[in-house]
Write a protein that binds this ligand. Structure first.
Ligand code: ADP
Ligand code: MG
Length: 369
C-alpha cells in the first residue's frame, strides 16, 4: 500500500467524500429499461447514466461540467487527437477499448466519439452540440446509441439479445454505437458469446468498451479492440480545470486551495470536481485556503511535521514525546495520522527529486527543507 493509501484509508474525511470506492462502484444514476425496437423484450437494463434524469445527479457539478466536445476533455491529449483523426478520416475500428482509472474521462469521451460517428462532425471532428438528435442522445433516448452497463447485463441471455439486436440497421443515425461500460464484468459463456459478436459485427456497428480493469477482460476480447489507456490527470491540469469551473460558477478560491483539492483527487477529474462541489456546498461562494484544509482533514498541526521529522531521523524519544502530547490533547488521531503520512510522503518525494509533481505551495516547500 502506498503512503497516500494509508493516509486516505485511515481517516474519515470531514466532507464525507468517498474517494476510495469499492471496485464495483457505479456512479449514481437512474438505470431504466428501454427497447430499441417495438415489442422487443426489455430484459437488458440500459443505462442512461445521468443524462436527462432529474434532481440529485443532474445538479452535481461534475455532471453539469461533463464535456460535450473533444476540446473540453482535459489531460488525455494523445487519445483525443487520435479519435479526432479517426472521425475526420472516417478510419474506424469495429471495437475500441477505453481503460483507465475512474473519473478520467472514459465514458465522457466515448459519448463524444459516439455522437461524432453517429451524428456527423465539424472540421475539428467535434460532434454537433445542438439538434433534436443531440438532445435525444443526451437524454439517453437516441435509438442508435446503446449504452449498457455490463455489471447488470453480464448474463449469457443479455449478450445473446445484444448479438441479435445488433443486426438491425440504424434507424436515424449513420451508425449504431454500443458503449459497454464495466466491460470486465462480462465473464465465461457470456464472454464467449460477446467475442463472437465482436468478431463479426455488421458494418454499421461500432463498439466502445470501457473498463477500469482491462486485465480482467478476456485476452481474446482485448485483442479485438483498439486500446486507449486513459491516464490519471496531472495536478496542474486539474487545477486549470477547477479554475475554469470556479470562475464560471462565481466561486472565489485561490490557486493553493485548488491545488489541495486537485492533489487529494489523485488524478481523477470527477473527484476533483466533486471535492470543489462539496467545499462550495459547505462554505458558499468564497472558499478560503483554511476552509479547504479543514474540509479535507489536512489542517496543519505542527506536531505532525515534528513526528515525521522524528521518524525520518530515527529519533524514537522525540517521536514518542510528540505522540504522548498529541494524545493528551485528544487530537483526532485519524486526521493527525493522515497529516504525518502526508509529510512523510512529501519528504520522500522531495528526497528523490520527484517533488515537482506535488505542485507544492511555497510555505509547504519551505517546511520540507
Ligand atoms: N478528462 C476529463 N476532462 C474533463 N472532465 C472530466 C474528465 N474526466 C472526467 N471528467 C469529469 O468527471 C465526470 C465523470 O467522468 P467520466 O467520463 O464518467 O469518467 P470515467 O468514465 O473515466 O469514470 C465527467 O462528468 C466530467 O465532469
Ligand atoms: Mg465511466
Amino acid at each position: 500500500m502506498t503512503a497516500s493509501g494509508i493516509a486516505r484509508s485511515s481517516v474519515v474525511p470531514r466532507l464525507h467524500i468517498t474517494i476510495w470506492r469499492p471496485s464495483r462502484y457505479v456512479e449514481p444514476q437512474a438505470p431504466h429499461t428501454r427497447s430499441t425496437r417495438p415489442g422487443a423484450p426489455d430484459r437488458l437494463r440500459w443505462r442512461d447514466a445521468t443524462r436527462g434524469s432529474p434532481p440529485v445527479a443532474a445538479t452535481t457539478l461534475y455532471n453539469k461540467w461533463r464535456p460535450k466536445r473533444f476540446a473540453d476533455v482535459v489531460g488525455q491529449d494523445p487519445i483525443i487527437q487520435t479519435l479526432r483523426n479517426a472521425v475526420l478520416q472516417d478510419k474506424l475500428s469495429h471495437a475500441y477499448l477505453f481503460s483507465g482509472p475512474r473519473g478520467t474521462g472514459k465514458t465522457t469521451t466515448a459519448r463524444i466519439f459516439a455522437k461524432a460517428l453517429m451524428l456527423g462532425h465539424d472540421a475539428d471532428g467535434d460532434p454537433p452540440t445542438d439538434s433534436p438528435d443531440v438532445r435525444d442522445f443526451d437524454n439517453g433516448v437516441h435509438p442508435d446509441f446503446i449504452e449498457m452497463d455490463a455489471a447488470s447485463n453480464r448474463r449469457i441471455d443479455d449478450i445473446r439479445e445484444l448479438s441479435e439486436r445488433i443486426h438491425y440497421v440504424p434507424g436515424r443515425a449513420r451508425r449504431k454505437v454500443y458503449l459497454v461500460d464495466e466491460a470486465h464484468e462480462i465473464k465465461r459463456e457470456a464472454a464467449d458469446a460477446f467475442l463472437k459478436t465482436l468478431e463479426e459485427p455488421p458494418p454499421h456497428a461500432v463498439f466502445v468498451l470501457a473498463t477500469t480493469d482491462p486485465g480482467d477482460l478476456k485476452s481474446t476480447i482485448r485483442s479485438r479492440c483498439q486500446r486507449y489507456d486513459f491516464r490519471r490527470v496531472e495536478v496542474k491540469v486539474l487545477v486549470a480545470r477547477l479554475r475554469q469551473i470556479a470562475e464560471a460558477e462565481g466561486i472565489t478560491i485561490d490557486d493553493d486551495a485548488l491545488r489541495l483539492l486537485a492533489r487529494e483527487a489523485t488524478g481523477s477529474v470527477r473527484d476533483a470536481v466533486n471535492l470543489l462541489d462539496q467545499v462550495w456546498a459547505t462554505h458558499g461562494d468564497a472558499i478560503s485556503h483554511d476552509a479547504v484544509l479543514d474540509g479535507l482533514g489536512l489542517s496543519s498541526d505542527a506536531r505532525a511535521i515534528e513526528l515525521a521529522k522524528a521518524a525520518l531521523g530515527k529519533d524514537l524519544k522525540a517521536g514518542l514525546a510528540v505522540i504522548a502530547a498529541v494524545q493528551d490533547d485528544a487530537v483526532e488521531l485519524g486526521r493527525f495520522n493522515k497529516q504525518v503520512v502526508k509529510h512523510l510522503r512529501h519528504a520522500l518525494l522531495h528526497q528523490s527529486g520527484a517533488d515537482e509533481t506535488l505542485e507544492l505551495s511555497e510555505p509547504e516547500g519551505a517546511a520540507l527543507k
